[in-house]
Design a protein around this ligand. Structure first.
Ligand SMILES: Nc1ncnc2c1ncn2[C@@H]1O[C@H](COP(=O)(O)OP(=O)(O)OP(=O)(O)O)[C@@H](O)[C@H]1O
Ligand SMILES: [Mg+2]
Length: 349
């Protein structure tokens, strides 16, 4: 724990509940989203030595930051500026122009990680296992896949929060793949689409807090627990699991500490650490993997701005290491402040 913070006055940037948000049910914030904010604020308030203010009114945010630049920003705005995921990187870019130090990934890492096909290519080049994939550009004709490539998983190349991922993502033949691609094109015009190898096995998350060359904590990996889900339902963490409280995916899918043999655990942890550095994440991040029909655990995606909420995967992983939510937030804040202080010549290490 830091004896005294480098930057005690902290502004926390959040998504704007006044505006539409397409990653949420009915495209808007709900009580459960606001409740996680209250828990986060209470946890921050319990940290000694800091003062926190919260900025979530995006109409005022840029002016407020410019007029009264905070000593330090925690960038928990995972919706993107104006709740537009394509403008998630604009806030860190703006903070850099204002020369305000902030927590979390720089714009370049956000750009790379936003495109799952780019992440896959980088990972493959680093020798990390990835699913087979066909990349379909907007407007491209959809070529037939060989029949042995089904079932397949159809998802947008660029999205998070499972936007565009529902039970319909799993397709068993060319006709279903075609229909799903048409649906996605109607819902998310202009976005490229991935038709991936379907990974039917165990699903894992790896969380990291810290930075390469400094203190870096790899939290105990998480496994998605589908045991209580109706066996008739396909196993996936789609939009239903993240935004629809009435869905069995919300109520019956749980997270538990991963049951992995030492070799597999070290392989996904090493993959996460390598990607953290290569994609250029900072301070914290989360990496999602799933096991293929061939038994190989493959990378699904890299999250440079993962959910910070007390019910998110990162908080569960911290819990497996007996790290309380407030201490997880403190670790993120300290990792970010030590890095930023050192970049500014205020601290070594
Ligand atoms: N190729 C695949 N095979 C099987 N399941 C998959 C595949 N790709 C994604 N999934 C399922 O869909 C879920 C969401 O996929 P992914 O992590 O790529 O999307 P996301 O929208 O970025 O999600 P997040 O909320 O984690 O940011 C995964 O957790 C997994 O359950
Ligand atoms: Mg994911």
């Amino acid at each position: 724990m830091l004896k005294s913070p480098f930057f005690p006055e902290v502004a926390v940037l959040l998504g704007d509940p006044r505006l539409a948000d397409h990653s949420k049910r009915e495209g808007t914030f709900h009580d459960e989203d606001l409740a996680t904010r209250d828990s986060m604020k209470a946890a921050f308030a319990s940290l000694q030595g800091y003062g926190f203010r919260y900025l979530d009114d995006h109409a005022m945010m840029l002016d407020a930051l410019r007029r009264d630049p905070p000593q330090f920003v925690v960038n928990f705005c995972d919706t993107g500026f104006a709740n537009d995921p394509y403008r998630e990187l604009n806030l860190p870019a703006y903070l850099e122009m204002l020369d305000v130090p902030y927590s979390g990934a720089p714009p370049a890492a956000m750009v790379l990680a936003w495109d799952k096909a780019v992440v896959r290519a980088v990972a493959a080049q680093l020798g990390i296992a990835v699913p087979a994939e066909v990349y379909i550009r907007p407007g491209d004709e959809i070529a037939a896949l060989p029949p042995d490539r089904y079932p397949a998983f159809v998802k947008p190349a660029c999205a998070d929060g499972s936007v565009g991922i529902t039970v319909d993502a799993i397709v068993h033949d060319q006709a279903a793949a075609h229909a799903r691609i048409q649906q996605l094109r109607a819902e998310l015009p202009g976005r490229a689409i991935l038709v991936q190898e379907f990974l039917p096995g165990a699903e894992f998350g790896v969380g990291i807090i810290g930075n390469p060359g400094r203190q870096m904590t790899v939290l105990p990996p998480l496994e998605v627990d589908y045991d209580n889900l109706d066996p008739a339902l396909p196993r996936l963490l789609g939009f239903e699991s993240k935004a629809l409280p009435d869905s069995p995916y919300w109520t019956d899918v749980k997270f538990r500490e991963a049951r992995l043999d030492t070799g597999d655990r070290s392989a996904i942890e090493a993959a996460a650490v390598t990607l953290f550095e290569r994609i250029g994440l900072r301070d914290y991040g989360r990496f999602d993997f799933r096991t293929g029909a061939d038994g190989v655990i493959k990378l699904m995606e890299v999250n440079p701005n993962p959910a910070w909420s007390n019910d998110g995967k990162l908080a569960f992983m911290a819990g497996f290491a007996s790290i309380e939510y407030r201490d997880m937030l403190r670790m993120i804040l300290e990792a970010a402040q030590v890095r930023a202080a050192s970049e500014r010549g205020l601290a070594t290490g």
